[in-house]
Write a protein that binds this ligand. Structure first.
Ligand SMILES: [Zn+2]
Length: 198
């Protein structure tokens, strides 16, 4: 692995393992990096290591944070009677950027998907149930697809008997798209028009 060609191929392989990056783009990025100086590479690798070493999951909501408990969970200004449940940490920022929601979040880290062998116990569902005291509404802000619908119904069946209102986003987000690819106005409308899960 010591000759230059192998190192180039190793870098192409690593970069193309990232989502949405194909071999061609990975190669273009690799050649771009090769044109930079050593300081660029040092900064790049240090940032990568810091990211993975210092960022971990909030022990309350399971969003990414560099502190024990994240800023949203710690904030006095957030409405602690409402929890918005999302699939991925990135969804928290998409929803919070709309300024439409002032409650707390809970990240499931996926949805139930029997075909891929992902069951309820693989997600942060028990952790969600354990923090529902004093909560009067759980908003399921999951993506519009079959697996998310199964997960939403599963959660509603557990949470509703606890006398907590369970709502889901209005169907503003088109089927097959995700929160990630929706603009602020669409997410705001979906939140505002949320409906109770029967
Ligand atoms: Zn948190």
């Amino acid at each position: 692995m010591n000759n230059g060609v192998d190192n180039i191929e190793r870098m192409v392989d690593i970069l193309s393992s990232l989502p949405t990056i194909g071999k061609k783009t990975a190669r273009r990025l690799t050649y771009y990096i090769l044109k930079q100086d050593l300081e660029y590479a040092n900064n790049f690798s240090a940032t990568l290591i810091d990211l993975v070493e210092k960022v971990h999951l909030c022990e309350v909501c399971y969003n990414f944070t560099e502190t024990k408990v994240c800023k949203i969970c710690e904030s006095e200004k957030r409405d602690k009677t409402k929890i918005c449940v999302v699939e991925d940490p990135s969804d928290v920022s998409y929803i919070d950027n709309t300024n439409e929601f002032s409650g707390l979040y809970h990240v499931l880290h996926g949805v139930i998907n029997p075909l891929n062998n992902i069951n309820a116990q693989d997600l942060k569902i028990r952790e969600l149930i354990n923090r529902l005291q004093g909560v009067d509404e759980v908003i399921l802000a999951l993506n519009p697809n079959v697996e998310s619908d199964i997960t939403a119904q599963y959660l509603a069946n557990i949470i509703k008997p606890l006398d907590i209102k369970v709502t889901k986003l209005a169907s503003g987000i088109p089927l097959g798209t995700s929160i990630e690819f929706s603009d602020n106005a669409t997410i705001s409308r979906a939140l505002e028009g949320r409906v109770i899960i029967k």
